[in-house]
Write a protein that binds this ligand. Sequence first.
Ligand code: GLY
Length: 395
Amino acid sequence: MGPHAMPHTEDRADVLVVGGGVIGLVTAWRAAGRGLRVAVVDPEPGRGAAWVAAGMLAAVTELHHGEEALLDLNLASAARYPAFAAELTEAAGADIGYRDCGTLQVALDADDRAELRELELLRRRCGLAASWLTGRECRRLEPMLAPGVRGGLRVDGDHQTDPRRLAAALRTACERAGVVFHRDEARELTVVGDRATGVVLAGGDRLGAGQTVLAAGCRSGELAGLPPELRARVPVRPVKGQVVRLRIPPGYAPFLSRTVRAVVRGAQVYLVPRLSGELVIGATTEELGFDTTVTAGGVYQLLRDAHELLPGITELPLVETLAGLRPATPDNAPLLGPSGLEGLQLATGHGRNGVLLTPITGEALAESLTTGELPDYARPFTAGRFATETREVPA
Ligand code: GLY
């Protein structure tokens, strides 16, 4: 047991994780694996943002200008996925739908192609391989693609997993590792002196812990009791994404053999084919606060853009539409490790990359919780980078 562990008592955990999405669950599982006594607070563990996510492990195809530091973390987590998937499958006795199928990123018109060429240059500057294909070569790989596809990039290292299976497996692995679940909301962080000491639940119970981990996704900055200066260092906001799920009926030829994504009239769309026959189409990007309404406009946009790429989708049964909230930070990178308040660590703000960053977040937080130090690769992602500055505003 590491230096941060507390003596075991009936009602006091070494580590109390606030939030039972995939990030909170992996933190709990990995901390329990280090011999810590762990509890998770969540009314519905496994129902975080990953419930809606498509599960792309898109370190390369979601790279944007200015995110080179995040790219290193994303690539490191992607590299861990095969071993992580095997270990979790063994621990939970359940498969997580990891599929090393690669991704094809295509362009439909000259503007899309110019944008894709820009991204190709950025990738090359970052030392990433990317092979440019003509429209005909794209269709040779994926024969169901529309004749209008003008070209694309083949990115063989961007794979996928099934986020719902991932969450369920993590929950089982946690239970098997002795993690205790409190199915309630955390109402307030308790702070005594200069130290976080646990939470008060909505039902009124107090839970004490040696260390509390804030893993509450886009609601992380809202937890009552967070000292104001710390709240400013947890600038996590919700970014809405609507998705549509179709089903390829048994007996149909597979529509796609890999993830296909595109920029259509400036908006991202992706189609993620699962071995189960599910085809996930996502996602809108909307800054609308905590709104999770599925709108006709959102679904129309997704189906219209997906149909331009893959006209055959119109014959598939539509099984689900839903909207989720990405927990985004100003630089699109997560908040990991010590918060600046003794006894409180962060595992939140994973934005578009929560499923991808699950393995490395669990590893980094387990290290931080047992030694008090994040591994080198995670140090650029502490909350210190959002330290508040007072700005002089001219009168
Ligand atoms: N990573 C996919 C999305 O955020 O839509």
